[in-house]
Design a protein around this ligand. Structure first.
Ligand code: PGA
Length: 247
């Protein structure tokens, strides 16, 4: 595990983008795992810039997103598909046919989850997976207590998550209560992973994930067992680490 601590959000976003761009230049048909949330927005902005100014091409890339809400159509402005479209896909030359975001409107959710897993395998596995981390140490929708060997499946959102999300919806009834998420076992099979975090509200989660014991109560701590993991964080998120090597 390589922990790279940068002085600002901008610098850490550029650092993560450098790794993605390097892998993409070496393998134009990269299988790229993507995340939603506020953390990777700077990374996506930098990738868009590299596409526009440096000719970085995504034309042969296949993408797999970590998760999606159940019950929201792709056109809903809170769906993760919509997020990806607005923050990355619409600005780059990715082929729409190669984009994978779990389908929150699937009739057969279990069947869809199985298909998602098979599709990842069929394409040779994820080469590089981007990850955020929750304040409680979750990765994707794998909340504390999730099995470390879990696969893509349906998860009930915690009461806290539902409450936190309520501000984005017109009424409480509209807030999704379930999601499809890649499992921790799925994420661990990615050949490389980049875990990103910024701001002090992530400092405790980063400390537990990197310097604490590997435990399902901090799902992100499984990254300690990954063969090729990068933790790219800003100095606020790193502020509680005992080992402070600056990258
Ligand atoms: P954030 O979410 O990037 O919006 O902080 C990360 C997560 O909860 O996984």
């Amino acid at each position: 595990m390589l922990v790279i601590i940068k002085n600002s959000y901008d610098e850490m976003s550029k650092e993560a983008a450098k790794i993605v761009a390097d892998r993409l230049r070496k393998k134009p048909n990269l299988v790229l795992g993507l995340a939603t949330g506020s953390t990777p927005i700077g990374l996506y902005k930098e990738l868009i810039r590299m596409h526009k100014e440096e000719g970085l091409s995504f034309a042969k890339v296949t993408t797999f997103n970590l998760d999606e809400y159940i019950g929201l159509p792709r056109t809903h402005d809170q769906s993760y598909f919509y997020f990806m479209w607005e923050n990355l896909f619409k600005y780059i030359d990715v082929d729409r046919r190669y984009i994978h975001v779990p389908d929150g409107m699937a009739n057969d959710i279990d069947g869809h989850c199985e298909w998602y897993e098979n599709e990842i395998k069929h394409l040779g596995g994820i080469d590089l997976q981007i990850l955020g981390i929750g304040g409680n140490g979750h990765i994707a929708f794998n909340e504390p207590g999730s099995s470390l060997g879990s696969r893509t499946r349906i998860k009930t959102l915690t009461e806290q998550t539902v409450k936190d999300n309520a501000r984005f919806f017109k009424s409480m009834e509209e807030v999704p209560k379930f999601a499809i998420t890649m499992g921790i076992g799925t994420i661990m099979e990615a050949k490389e992973v980049i875990l990103m975090a910024n701001k002090t509200n992530k400092a405790d989660a980063i400390k537990s994930a990197i310097e604490g014991p590997v435990t399902h109560m901090t799902p992100a701590s499984i990254i300690q067992m990954h063969r090729k993991a990068y933790v790219v964080i800003d100095k606020e998120a790193a502020s509680k680490l005992t080992h402070q090597f600056r990258g």
